[in-house]
Design a protein around this ligand. Structure first.
Ligand code: SF4
Length: 383
């Protein structure tokens, strides 16, 4: 049996991620791992409990829990309660933990909301994607705008005061006016947090094929860049700060769990295809639900791969991840972690990027401006 990831060697609270790999139907653009054979749910849940049993010897408490997918809300209220009970039975969860579950608006019933609330979930992430029914139909989503609005209102009624919605822009044929209509409807519902993702089409998906054959034409870079800037300007005007390329929050409502990914804080991922990070080692589970179940039924951790990151790799990732966030790269931390003075070593390129409005140095950190966030990966490459 492979060794259990040890998250205890690090200071600070790690995060816990649970992957629920089921969807009722596959959206034609989606490259995430999930299957539509819901008959495997019961065996998956038993395997998940076995996996928790094998890795539960963490002495450190988790201060974020994130149940994502797939579509966690395909589980019944009772099944979700079981998962939440098993988490609390197997791990120490800090009293102030942020606990999020992703929900599809079509599944957001008052029964399910009551179950997740009772189980200790205090943050909802609702996959709205659009308030335009034609866009939702194009994206192959199961819900329509009215259900998304009802889901958000039901979440509030159930007591959730930390609510996030996901939206997608850059749909073929979408202009700024129609995207702003979706954003206007979004802010009218007063979510605490918004994730606005550009439509990305993975190769082995129906949309990937349609793009290759020319049946779908994605917006060009100019249109996508305009949408990116208009999104940030509009949301800022309504009280949401862009704190990562695709993420916006009211003050204090940033996703604590996702910040761990961007700041290289350790996390433990459970479920098929879930990734874990110990601070220097990354490991990931098998993708196939069948293999995941079979291996756990034999008492084996369902690991597919692992890699040790050396200091240079962690340094490169720190640049890529940090420059996607408005916190940027704290220069003192960077120096003490990597023994490298970015300002001295990269003075020329940093001055050039700052003079052209991509970077600033503020409060001892190298931070991307909004213009810099629009090309964050290129900034990291330049450094
Ligand atoms: S986008 Fe979400 S709901 Fe659609 S297939 Fe992917 S994981 Fe499932």
């Amino acid at each position: 049996m492979a060794a259990v990831p040890n998250l205890d060697a690090h200071t600070g609270f790690p995060g816990l991620y649970i992957h629920v790999p089921f969807c009722i139907s596959k959206c034609p653009y989606c490259g995430f791992y999930s299957i539509t054979d819901l008959s495997l749910i019961r065996k998956y849940l038993s395997a998940l409990r076995l996996e928790m049993g094998l890795v539960k010897n963490q002495t450190q408490a988790f201060d974020t829990v994130y149940i994502g997918g797939g579509t966690p809300s395909v589980l019944s209220p009772r099944q979700i309660e079981e998962v939440l009970y098993s988490i609390r039975d197997s791990f120490r969860i800090a009293g102030h933990a942020e606990a999020t579950i992703e929900m599809n608006p079509a599944d957001t019933t008052s029964n399910l909301l009551r179950a997740v609330w009772r189980g200790g979930i205090n943050r909802l992430s609702i996959g709205v994607q659009s308030f335009n029914d034609a866009v939702l139909s194009f994206l192959g989503r199961r819900h329509r705008s009215a259900e998304a609005i009802a889901a958000i209102e039901a979440g509030r009624k159930a007591g959730f005061d930390n609510l996030s919605i996901d939206l997608i822009y850059g749909i073929p044929g979408q202009d700024t006016r129609s995207w702003l209509e979706t954003l206007k409807q979004a802010v009218a519902l007063k979510p605490d947090h918004l994730s606005c993702y550009e439509l990305t089409v993975e190769n082995p998906t129906p949309f990937g094929r349609d793009v290759r054959t020319g049946h779908i034409v994605l917006p060009d870079e100019t249109v996508k860049t305009t949408l990116f800037f208009r999104t940030a300007e509009f949301l800022e005007k309504h009280g949401y700060r862009q704190y990562e390329v695709s993420n916006f929050a009211r003050p204090g409502r940033e996703s604590r769990h996702n910040q761990k990914y961007w700041e290289h804080v350790p996390y433990l991922g459970l479920g098929p295809s879930a990734h874990s990070f110990s601070g220097y080692e990354r490991r990931w589970n098998v993708r196939s639900v069948h293999s995941y179940i079979e291996q756990l039924e034999c008492g084996i951790l369902p690991l597919e791969g692992r890699e040790m990151l050396d200091l240079e790799e962690i340094r490169t990732e720190t640049l890529f991840l940090g420059l996607r966030t408005t916190n940027g790269i704290p220069l003192g931390d960077f120096r003490s972690r990597f023994g490298s003075d970015l300002l001295k070593e990269k003075r020329g390129i940093i001055d050039f990027l700052a003079a052209n409005g991509f970077l600033t140095i503020q409060d001892g950190a190298l931070r991307p401006t909004r213009k810099g966030l629009a090309v964050a990966d290129s900034l990291a490459l330049a450094l």
